[in-house]
Design a protein around this ligand. Structure first.
Ligand code: ATP
Ligand code: MG
Ligand code: MG
Ligand code: MG
Length: 562
């Protein structure tokens, strides 16, 4: 491709609404343009990158014996009513009526459609295993579409669905997809980690998210520094809840947190967490039941914010005498942590057989007192120790909490959709059974954005070769010079013949502008041809990722370049 013919309108400045780097750079590099909130046009270079991702995904899916098909975008409401998701899915599902007043929606995902497709036709275990996938535009009316292609309303997803005769076979299908995902993200040249996610009613390790590691990620990963253990925070919390259940926490509980010397916000800061992280963990342990926080009113602005977030009662610090009254009134009151305000003695009776939880480590003195009275103490620090901080649940090493971007998700569905939609088969013994399903998504457009979040510098994008719209740009610095132009054309043709995706910058423009565009657009290799250097038999080659130039002999360029 010649730059003079390329439609890639680059910009000096990013639009004001672009918050994250990938959004800014994709707009500036002329890869995408916004049509309206969360909906983007993919311009030629953007589309090339998207297709490169799609092609690698396709190759690895095919290698894993999945078969590509293409399902409709518009879906009838009846199917969603049959699965029960019409009422359940909420506002992310964009609904509308056709001219006959029939309810429809734009597909945010395709479990219903695919299950409908195979039911009745796949009748025997002999037709399984089966894995069908598509690469297609999805629509989700996200509450907060933002960050360009990272969280769009319209985006491209690869979604695959596996069908198996029994659990063992379904597990095999699951791990085959897991392996395919490892290959895909490795081939794409991304730093990523597969982390355990909550698999709901299925249980076990049958949901994994593939996270591209980037500081700007919306997700927090719990990751072991020594072994391969990783989980998303929600999963870690679910495990936490299970562990607390194991401790036989009473069913109906309300927690009262009285951060003593420090406010929750201050403690959060001390622990390097967001206030909402602490609150979420507490909520999680309380299993979604209301949590009351006893706070020092003046310092707790953040907590009040959190109140809106979590719908918890925020109470002011009250005198000791009032505490008992207040606790008495609270159904299922469990405990209070307050070490420095001298209310502890008053509370001993209340705490009998109870639980204490709070944001601070309780010192041994109080623990002893408490334990002697059959009071189990859990501190927030303990909770972090149980699950979120250092005992990696697998090997005991220290945990880290990097940020990540969810680019893929594999999930064992079990019989949720096959039961709801009556997708049954006859097994080896002629017995009718629901098919065991799995679903496997990759956010194809999000991958491109996530890749840029991971690979950029002050000059622009630095694409890994697998995702770059062009692998090489040949920059002709002097289009008016016969020698430079001849050499540029020669190298351009030679590289194309070798099978590279090459862009030739043949514009009659200043060198500075050409360098700026090349750096911004992120081609991994720049071949710089200027008449002065050429007179000295030199061609410069720049490695975009290292931002380093080397000089090659113009005469033997082809050999040296290899
Ligand atoms: P998220 O937690 O980010 O909302 P999700 O868990 O809802 O994602 P899935 O239903 O697992 O998403 O869909 C499969 C993949 O589709 C995700 O792993 C992600 O890469 C991609 N994806 C989901 N929502 C969006 C979106 N709004 N924009 C771009 N890609 C998306
Ligand atoms: Mg979502
Ligand atoms: Mg998710
Ligand atoms: Mg997901």
């Amino acid at each position: 491709m010649r730059f003079t013919q390329l439609y890639a309108p680059t910009l000096k400045e990013a639009p004001a609404d672009a918050e994250v780097i990938s959004h800014k750079l994709m707009i500036r590099a002329g890869m995408i343009r916004k049509l309206t909130t969360g909906i983007y046009s993919y311009l030629p270079t953007g589309w090339r990158s998207i297709n490169k991702v799609a092609q690698i995904v396709r190759e690895e899916m095919n290698r894993a014996n999945a078969q590509e098909l293409h399902l409709p975008t518009v879906q009838p409401a009846d199917l969603w009513q049959e699965s029960g998701r019409w009422d359940f899915y909420g506002k992310e599902l964009l609904r509308f009526k056709d001219r006959h007043n029939r309810d429809c929606c734009l597909g945010p995902t395709h479990e219903e459609v695919i299950t409908d497709l195979i039911r009745g036709e796949v009748r025997s275990y002999k037709q399984l295993p089966l894995n069908l996938y598509q690469i297609q535009t999805k629509f989700r009316d996200e509450i907060r579409p933002r960050f360009g292609l990272m969280r769009g309303r319209e985006f491209i997803m690869k979604d695959a669905y596996s069908f198996d005769v029994n659990d063992g076979a379904a597990d095999k299908s699951y791990w085959a997809m897991f392996d395919a995902y490892q290959r895909i993200f490795t081939r794409l040249g991304l730093k990523f980690k597969a982390v355990e996610a909550d698999s709901g009613s299925i249980g076990g390790s049958f949901s994994h998210e593939f996270m591209v590691l980037a500081d700007t990620g919306e997700d927090t990963i719990v990751s072991c520094s020594a072994c391969s253990y990783g989980a998303n925070v929600e999963r870690a919390e679910v495990k936490l809840r299970a562990e607390v259940k194991e401790l036989k926490l009473p069913e109906a509980v309300s927690f009262v947190l009285t951060p003593n010397k420090f406010s929750v916000a201050e403690q959060a800061e001390h622990l390097g967490l967001a206030t909402s992280d602490i609150l979420k963990t507490l909520m999680c342990v309380a299993d979604g039941k209301p949590v009351a926080f006893l706070v020092r009113g003046d310092r707790e602005l953040n907590l009040v914010k959190a109140k809106n977030l979590l719908n918890v009662a925020v109470l002011d610090l009250m005198p000791t005498e009032m505490l008992s009254e207040f606790f008495g009134a609270m159904p299922g009151f469990v405990g209070v942590v307050n070490l420095e305000i001298p209310v502890y003695a008053d509370l001993e009776l209340q705490l009998k057989d109870g639980w204490i939880m709070g944001a601070n480590r309780i010192d041994t003195h109080y623990c002893n007192v408490s334990l002697r009275r059959d009071v189990k103490v859990i501190t927030y620090a303990d909770l972090r120790e149980i699950d979120i901080n250092d005992p990696c649940p697998r090997c005991g090493a220290a945990l880290e909490f990097p940020k990540g971007i969810e680019v893929g998700h594999v999930f064992k569905l079990g019989t949720k959709y096959s039961k709801a939609l009556n997708a049954n088969i006859l097994d080896e013994n002629g017995k009718e059974k629901p098919i065991i399903m799995g679903c496997y998504g990759i956010g194809v457009t999000r991958v491109v954005a996530a890749c840029i979040e991971q690979n950029n510098d002050q000059y622009g994008i630095s694409f890994p070769p697998a995702i770059a719209p062009y692998e090489i740009v040949v920059i002709n610095l002097d289009v008016k010079s016969e020698e430079a132009t001849k050499k540029s054309e020669e190298i351009y043709e030679m590289l194309k013949n070798k099978g590279f995706d090459v862009l030739l910058d043949d514009r009659n423009d200043r060198a500075g502008a050409k360098f700026k565009d090349a750096d911004l657009m992120g081609m991994p290799i720049q071949i710089i041809i200027g008449s002065k250097a050429l007179a000295n038999n030199i061609i410069e080659v720049k490695d975009r990722s290292k931002y380093e130039k080397s000089e090659l002999n113009a005469g033997s360029f082809e050999l040296e370049f290899d």
